[in-house]
Design a protein. Structure first.
Length: 250
């Protein structure tokens, strides 16, 4: 008896929540036909046939519902090793926006940036940490993995950008503190060609490759792609040019 009560309660809960309605309708129709079949000619044949066709129609319609499978987050949230070569990401791009505490891991591939973007008349924006902001650098030292030489990496990035500026349009600004993520956006203003990778820095990850990454294209989510493009624009507006002597830029 308790099993029957629990079953009825589940049915009522499903109906109130709008779940499995088609299945319950088909079940009721099948029970009606089964009972009617006990008594000959209790229901006309055309009514029976119409009921069967209606039940089949409901079942077929139910197959058109979108699947509600659980999303495989491991396919969405990845680490750095899951992504392909950087030069494949920027191939034939017209714009490249970069933000990273030092951005050195990307700027080491500046030759690809030159070939794929600058030599073709494209433009590059780069944001990094302000090496002259002592409070921001102190916070960053406590956040980033302890094996990274932040000051040396930042100086290398600044040297690379200074030398690369003669190749084409490169804009460079710095931020007083790190927001906790890195961001690379390719072709933010060129429709479906756009692509972005968001890297969550975490807290004292032992390896850079262990940081969680997420790739978003406009085809996957126009909303979130535009959100992070806007986020970069806000960061860019809050940035300022670095001082040549390494002092705070504002």
């Amino acid at each position: 008896m308790q099993g029957i009560i629990r079953g009825l309660q589940r049915v009522i809960q499903d109906i109130l929540a709008g779940r499995n309605i088609e299945s319950y309708v088909v079940t009721i129709l099948a029970l009606v036909l089964a009972v009617a079949g006990v008594v000959d000619d209790a229901i006309p044949e055309n009514w029976k046939m119409a009921t069967i066709l209606a039940a089949l129609a409901l079942l077929v319609f139910n197959t058109t519902r979108p699947e509600t499978d659980i999303v495989d987050l491991d396919a969405v949230l990845q680490d750095r090793d899951d992504f392909g070569a950087f030069h494949d990401m920027i191939r034939d791009a017209r714009e490249l926006w970069i933000y990273g505490p030092t951005a050195i891991n990307i700027l080491r591939d500046v030759a690809y940036i030159k070939r794929e973007i600058l030599d073709r008349g494209g433009m590059v924006r780069v944001l990094t940490q302000d090496i002259g902001n002592k409070e921001g650098m102190s916070f960053l030292h406590d956040q980033i993995d302890q094996t990274t030489d932040l000051e040396n990496s930042l100086r290398m990035s600044m040297d690379i950008l200074k030398n690369a500026s003669r190749w084409g349009l490169i804009e460079y600004r710095v931020l007083p503190y790190c927001p906790g993520f890195s961001l690379v956006i390719v072709d933010p203003n060129h429709g479906s060609k756009g692509r972005m990778v968001l890297e969550v820095l975490g807290f004292r990850n032992d390896l850079v490759a262990d940081r969680m990454h997420m790739e978003i294209t406009p085809d996957q989510s126009q909303h979130w792609f535009e959100h992070w493009v806007k986020q970069y624009e806000v960061m860019w507006d809050a940035g300022y040019p670095p001082r040549e002597n390494g002092q705070q830029g504002q």
